[in-house]
Write a protein that binds this ligand. Structure first.
Ligand SMILES: Nc1ncnc2c1ncn2[C@@H]1O[C@H](COP(=O)(O)OP(=O)(O)OP(=O)(O)O)[C@@H](O)[C@H]1O
Ligand SMILES: [Mg+2]
Length: 409
């Protein structure tokens, strides 16, 4: 079966050479009995690979079981995998067959294999090497004929150096490695996947599919997708449900992308991405400049309020809402601007902080502004409270109270 046909049969979307290569290896190794280790970040689509391998092998009429090693409690995992004898532990009223016995002549998929306790790893190594295992509480050796495919989203060599994973088991599992690439290494697949999911959800929720404009496509492709295909799918579903319009702009899309994090930046500004990712950088700048403009506007409004009104009263009544609205407008653009810390990387292509960054650092605290204005007014009127109060647009009593409250000299 060629790669194209496999994609069709198993519903795999994508044209990237790295994805094709992974599928090709799976199809080549399927007819053998070799153990396969599938690795790749969370959400990249590992789970379809053991199915491909099983279906394209001579074991396809035998049983197939997927075991999530991370989901089984440590106390029962040996018994689940290898079975136990009656009376081997409290509660073992009957003897029980384990997966390795049940799956005889078939394929077992050990998902999240790094989660196996070390003692279970020893048993697994033995069954991989000799096809033999012993039930918990038994001494009888049982033979089985099982093909093992394992998957992990962590780096097993790290787990080995931390003493959590046996090196000998790693080499035994890793007879044929298949690496499923993250989305950022197959950007050509991102929009294809989005369109596929948008169509699926349109069908599910009975509405026309979402459409992205050019800017939104750029943003989609250049976003870092830590959760890979799973995250892309979830976000497509959220937008499908929540947005009234089907024409999605970059601004709308941005609302659904978890805020661009500090850890995303080194990738944006990596040397080799200097030319490729210009659009991504442009976009980020645009976000920053928009935020800066918002802050200017906010300062202006706050300044006006302070000059013209009795602050305490009016803020509480009329303007609190306005301020809140302005603050709400920051939401789509991300967290506080200082989170975009351009200095945290040691890359020598670090981008200089945008000019006039003091605008950002200046205190936007209303209270600070108020104190500042009161001081200025008092200085201007040589400490005369009556004139200062008139200039500030507040009553002399309010001014008196504020001087005491803020401890102004
Ligand atoms: N190429 C693809 N085409 C279509 N759907 C895909 C593709 N890759 C992944 N998916 C979908 O994305 C979701 C996540 O994939 P999957 O469950 O295989 O991730 P995973 O690699 O096992 O992640 P984890 O390590 O977190 O378990 C699934 O709903 C899967 O159907
Ligand atoms: Mg998985």
């Amino acid at each position: 079966m060629d790669v194209q046909a496999i994609k069709q049969r198993f519903g795999i979307i994508g044209i990237s050479p790295l994805l094709n290569r992974a599928i090709d290896i799976a199809s080549q190794v399927a007819p053998t009995d070799l153990t396969v280790l599938i690795s790749g970040e969370s959400g990249v689509g590992k789970e379809v690979f053991p199915k491909i391998i099983h279906q394209l092998s001579s074991r396809k009429h035998g049983p197939y079981i997927a075991v999530n090693c991370g989901a089984i409690p440590e106390g029962t995992i040996d018994s689940e995998l290898f079975g136990h004898e009656k009376g081997s532990f409290t509660g073992a009223h009957e003897s029980r067959k384990g997966y390795f016995e049940v799956v005889n002549t078939g394929t077992i998929f050990l998902d999240e294999v790094a989660e196996l306790p070390l003692s279970t790893q020893v048993r697994l190594l033995r069954v991989l090497e000799s096809g033999e295992f012993i039930k918990v509480g038994s001494s009888k050796v049982i033979k089985t004929n099982v093909r093992v495919v394992a998957a992990t989203n962590i780096d097993l060599t790290d787990a080995i150096s931390q003493g959590k994973f046996r090196e000998d088991l790693y080499y035994r599992l890793n007879t044929v490695p298949i690496k499923v690439p993250p989305l950022r290494e197959r950007k050509e697949d991102i929009h294809l996947l989005f369109k596929k999911f948008a169509t699926d959800f349109a069908e599910k929720y009975r509405m026309p599919p979402l459409q992205l404009d050019a800017e939104a496509i750029k943003l989609l492709i250049n976003y870092r997708w830590h959760g890979n295909v799973r995250q892309l799918k979830n976000i497509t579903e959220q937008i499908s449900i929540i947005e009234q319009t089907r024409e999605i702009t970059a601004e709308t899309l941005l609302k659904y992308l978890p805020h661009i994090q500090q850890r995303d930046l080194p990738v944006l500004y990596r040397k080799d991405s200097d030319n490729k990712d210009i659009s991504e950088r442009d976009l980020l700048y645009k976000v920053l400049f928009d935020m800066k403009k918002d802050i200017h506007d906010l300062k202006h409004v706050v300044g006006e309020i302070l000059q013209n009104e009795d602050l305490t009263k009016d803020l509480q009544q009329n303007n609190a809402q306005l301020i809140k609205k302005l603050y709400d407008n920051f939401e789509p653009a991300g967290e506080s601007i200082s989170d975009y810390n351009f200095h945290h990387t040691h890359d020598d292509h670090v981008v200089e902080p945008i000019e006039e960054s003091e605008v950002i650092e200046e205190s936007l605290s209303i209270q600070d502004k108020e104190i500042d204005l009161i001081k200025k007014a008092l200085a201007k009127h040589n400490g005369k409270r009556k004139s200062a109060a008139r200039e500030l647009g507040i009553s002399e009593r309010t001014l008196y109270r504020k001087i005491k409250e803020y401890n102004i000299e």
